[in-house]
Design a binder for this molecule. Structure first.
Ligand code: PEP
Ligand code: MN
Length: 296
């Protein structure tokens, strides 16, 4: 067989070729029936199981003391996973860009001390290896939802992925972005609705609760809500969190900072520890406890 024929034969059997051939695009992400639901496990935490779960922590890792205080506070309030950005996608190049590797080392240490698995963002294919070494779940930020090179590489890693919705993406585009990761062989994907672009300057984004529910109907993957980026305002977070869980979200990811007014990023949409604890206390559903082991 000539080289060209061999290449064509390989293309014939690749999953991508099949996608094109059948015309059915959400082959791997589509929900087959009401009982079809994927549970994604991050360490000992289940996302998409019987109970919703809560991820909390600062927008950016700023120091060891800041992250440890945040982690201990959110754990005491019932969060079962920690968030913290190391590589930050900032709208302005002059804003704080994250501590990079130093932040990853802090995340690892604080995760081991508190037992909370951590999620942190990968901004490019180059970050995947180093971020995977230090954290338990890789976040694809809203701005990168259709970075297809990044999605393809994440299909090949053995780490769960949190895929945020781009503020201008349709639900279908969001699911097709997840499809890239599943088509590459990684089925551990959690979707996150974090608000879409709208016209009201009082709100950073508009929480698309209908889109979140539609995504839950269309896919078997877990869907969580980010009430911080969805509004840009900490005073709206408790009500939106209750609404998201009442509508069937599999969890929340909330920005929490020990001193939000001093935060280097997203302070206005971060709760302090006391307000986060009060919010957790008033959620409409019981929040999931960590599962005991991956096998259970
Ligand atoms: C974040 O989680 O801090 C973040 C940058 O989120 P998004 O990509 O949704 O804007
Ligand atoms: Mn943020």
């Amino acid at each position: 067989m000539s080289d060209a024929a061999a290449v064509l034969e390989a293309v014939e059997v690749s999953p991508r070729r099949e996608l094109v051939a059948t015309g059915q695009q959400e082959r791997l992400t589509a929900r087959r029936d009401a009982a079809h639901a994927t549970v994604v496990r991050v360490g000992d935490v289940a996302i998409g199981g019987d109970r919703p779960m809560v991820i909390a922590g600062p927008c950016s890792v700023e120091s060891r003391e800041q992250l440890l205080a945040a982690a201990e506070g959110v754990k005491a309030a019932g969060a079962t996973m920690l968030r913290g950005g190391a590589y930050k996608p900032r709208t302005s190049p002059y804003d704080f860009q994250g501590l990079g590797l130093e932040a990853l080392l802090i995340l690892r240490e604080v995760s081991e001390r508190t037992g909370l698995p951590v999620v942190s963002e990968v901004m490019s294919t180059e970050d995947i290896e180093v971020v995977s070494e230090h954290v338990d779940m890789l976040q694809v930020g809203a701005r990168n939802m259709q970075n297809f090179a990044l999605l393809r590489r994440l299909g090949m890693v053995r780490r769960p992925v949190l895929l945020k919705r781009n503020p201008a993406a349709t639900v279908k585009e969001w699911l097709l972005a997840a499809e890239y990761i599943l088509a590459g062989g990684n089925d551990q994907v959690v979707l996150c609705e974090r608000g879409i672009r709208s016209y009201d300057p009082e709100l950073r984004n508009t929480f698309d609760i209908g889109g979140m529910v539609l995504a839950k109907m269309m896919t078997h993957l877990p869907v969580i809500a980010d009430p911080s980026h969805a509004t840009g305002r900490r005073d709206l977070i408790p009500a939106l969190s209750r609404a998201a869980l009442a509508a069937g979200a599999d969890g929340l990811i909330v920005e929490v900072h020990p001193q939000p007014e001093q935060a280097l990023s997203d302070g206005a949409q971060s709760l302090n520890l006391q307000d986060f604890a009060a919010m957790m206390h008033n959620l409409p559903l019981p929040i999931g406890a960590p599962v005991r082991s991956r096998a259970s």
